[in-house]
Ligand binder design. Sequence first.
Ligand SMILES: *[C@@H]1O[C@H](CO)[C@@H](O)[C@H](O)[C@H]1NC(C)=O
Ligand SMILES: *[C@@H]1O[C@H](CO)[C@@H](O)[C@H](O)[C@H]1NC(C)=O
Ligand SMILES: *[C@@H]1O[C@H](CO)[C@@H](O)[C@H](O)[C@H]1NC(C)=O
Ligand SMILES: *[C@@H]1O[C@H](CO)[C@@H](O)[C@H](O)[C@H]1NC(C)=O
Ligand SMILES: *[C@@H]1O[C@H](CO)[C@@H](O)[C@H](O)[C@H]1NC(C)=O
Ligand SMILES: *[C@@H]1O[C@H](CO)[C@@H](O)[C@H](O)[C@H]1NC(C)=O
Length: 289
Amino acid sequence: MKLKLIHHLSLFSLPWIQKEMEIFILLSTLMLLTNLSLADTNEVLGLQCSGSDNATLENQYQVNLNNLLDSLAANGPIHNGFYTATEGKGTYRIFGITQCRGDVSPTDCAACIRNSTMVRGCSTSKNVTMWLTWCVLRYSNMSFFGVWDQSAMALTNDTNFENSNVVSQGLNFMNELAATAPQSPLMFQTAVLDVGQSGKRYGMAQCSRDISKSDCGRCFVYLLATFRTTIGNKRGWEIHGASCSMWYHDYQFYFNFSIPANEGAMKISHERVAIRLMIPVLLFLLSSL
Ligand SMILES: *[C@@H]1O[C@H](CO)[C@@H](O)[C@H](O)[C@H]1NC(C)=O
Ligand SMILES: *[C@@H]1O[C@H](CO)[C@@H](O)[C@H](O)[C@H]1NC(C)=O
Ligand SMILES: *[C@@H]1O[C@H](CO)[C@@H](O)[C@H](O)[C@H]1NC(C)=O
Ligand SMILES: *[C@@H]1O[C@H](CO)[C@@H](O)[C@H](O)[C@H]1NC(C)=O
Ligand SMILES: *[C@@H]1O[C@H](CO)[C@@H](O)[C@H](O)[C@H]1NC(C)=O
Ligand SMILES: *[C@@H]1O[C@H](CO)[C@@H](O)[C@H](O)[C@H]1NC(C)=O
């Protein structure tokens, strides 16, 4: 595994948003893991780190961070894939959240969280978000529980375009999912769209379980509006946010999670799921507020 700085960043113009927000590209703080093979395994999709803020120089912070990560890795998988924890006191206090994708088994969830705690791309930072295929890890020296964070990145396959007659159907489909997913158990939902001769489209949406249902809904709407140009004509895309994420593909990329899990069944579905590599377009938006 190797970490690379992103070379190709695109800034999309969002005139209607610029009044309320300032948009920054965090060139020096964005990293992405590139792996050129098709993989049916868990991958690091993106990292978002605060600037170098001496986290590595502070021993007590490191001790607390390690305790926090241990706690998240131990507890996330046994709490339906979501857990919040805090460690330490005063200056060295640290807050963390971990969440697995709703379709991922407890075993895969545990493996993903454990692996995320070993990714060391942002070791000098105190405020870190790490997106992996199966789970998200976030921690900071400031409390962020329950707060909708608008940071997000989009991954798209820029050579695989959606059939023009399917584009608006696909977007409507994802907008409907955005409306229903917040009401679903665990604020997680998948859906299938039948587009006749063009096949099927598979959608998935999930919110971080610390935010409210209403913020969850707003978070999805915000992602779809913000990345409208980026995803509009793509046949495969994912938007990974700190507080909510959405996925859209022309193949079933998620596990058959409704089937009662036994090892045999899970193994078969793992082999069938190809997590295709996409050309990453990273765009982080920061609220200036
Ligand atoms: C978090 O860390 C940053 C960078 O070291 C520091 O500026 C900030 O005051 C810290 N916040 C808290 C609540 O400790
Ligand atoms: C980082 O540590 C250096 C040396 O101890 C100090 O001068 C600097 O102010 C620290 N920076 C932050 C953001 O805490
Ligand atoms: C965890 O990391 C190890 C070592 O890089 C790798 O072999 C394994 O497939 C990873 N598992 C998951 C679920 O990420
Ligand atoms: C962490 O950083 C993200 C993006 O840089 C920012 O949106 C968020 O407010 C920060 N959160 C905390 C708790 O420091
Ligand atoms: C899920 O189940 C359906 C119907 O049983 C099957 O066609 C599909 O291949 C399965 N998908 C995965 C990813 O296991
Ligand atoms: C993008 O999609 C096309 C068509 O499905 C596929 O052949 C190609 O490998 C994908 N690109 C990447 C970088 O995965």
